[in-house]
Structures are given as C-alpha cells and as structure tokens.
Design a protein around this ligand. Sequence first.
Ligand SMILES: Cc1cc2nc3c(=O)[nH]c(=O)nc-3n(C[C@H](O)[C@H](O)[C@H](O)COP(=O)(O)O)c2cc1C
Length: 191
Amino acid sequence: MTLHDLYTGERTYRRYLQKEISHDTLLAVMENVRLTHCAGNMQKLTFAVVTDPALRDQMAQQVHFAAYLPKEIGQPKPGEEAMAYVVIIKPKDKYPLGDIDAGIAAEVITSSAWEQGVGSCIMLNFNAAKVNELLQIPDDSTARIVIAMGYPAHTSTVVEMNEAHDVKYYVDDEVNYYVPKRALEDLVQWK
Ligand SMILES: Cc1cc2nc3c(=O)[nH]c(=O)nc-3n(C[C@H](O)[C@H](O)[C@H](O)COP(=O)(O)O)c2cc1C
C-alpha cells in the first residue's frame, strides 16, 4: 500500500465489526507511536489501550460520535461498538506543546491501525473526568484524546466539496460515510 492509498482509505470509521483486534496488531501500532516525533523529545505522553470487554462497555458510554449527524445515526448501535480504545494521556503540568504532540501521536496511531485494516475515530468529544476515573489516571494527568478502533462495518469515501463549501460529512441509507475535502488549489499557495 502506498502512503497515498493509506491516506485515501484512512477515513474516520464509527461503526465496527465485532471482531477482536489481536494483541500483536495493537502492539505494532503502539510500537510506531513509541518512535514518533515529539517536541524536545520529551516523551511526556502515555497511552492506555483498552480491550477488556467490561471496560470497553464503560468507555462506550463516555464517547460521542458524529456531531454532524443525529445521535441515533451517528452513535454506534449495540453490536457496532469499538473493539479497542487508545487513550492518549497528557500531564497537566506546564506542557504547552502537549496538544501538538498528542495530535501527531493520534495520526500515527490511526495510520498504523489502518495499515492493518483497523479503522479508527479520533475523539475529543468525550467525558474526560469519567474516562480519567475509569482508567485510574493519576490526578496530575488527564485523558486528552480517545481513539475508538475496530474493523470497519461501513465504507467512507472522500468526495469533492460542493460549491457551498459545506464541510459536513453525510451518510447514505446504509450509513456509509461521504467526506467532502477541499480542492488542493484552495489549500496550497505555491510560492
Ligand atoms: C482533533 C479531532 C477530534 C475529533 N473528534 C471527534 C469526535 O469527538 N467524535 C467523532 O465522531 N469524530 C471526531 N473526529 C473525526 C472528524 O469528525 C473527522 O476526522 C472529519 O469529519 C473528517 O473525516 P475523515 O477523518 O474521514 O477525513 C475528530 C477528529 C479530529 C482530528
């Protein structure tokens, strides 16, 4: 798979097959994030990988999918829920570049997962206090990003943006996603 193929397919997936993700697969993902760039090589982020079914069920209550869609369409139904969650944990102390490090880590995690056919949804819309409690994250740190994961139960296709420049993704009757992306000439100034 070329990187272009990878980034074309590596969309956000929000409904998942109920097939376990093997420990080896998750280990390969986390090994890549271990090697990732970070500001000053400080390596202050830590990660929780949740695969325990009971904890997974509790995590599912704390995350909110697809803000552009009605809840009954965007939120995975029972039997479509994530099979793993990777939680990026950030220290609360002075760490101004922590969010940038967390964003880079999230992309490495999602692309590494997709390389193995595992779909992801990067999430900031979650109850951090509850997730901190569930995962027993120490008081000096907090869950900053949650990544829901699983083998996709839907497709997601990049489409050209319409003339109204509407950024909202949408779904068809089978809840397959369509994701408008801006044209390159609208993004890049060649100097
Ligand atoms: C920082 C960040 C936060 C996001 N938070 C959520 C979220 O809380 N819930 C959700 O369903 N999707 C979330 N997403 C996924 C975006 O909605 C998705 O990336 C966007 O619609 C583009 O779709 P694509 O990932 O397929 O390109 C988030 C993505 C990023 C990068």
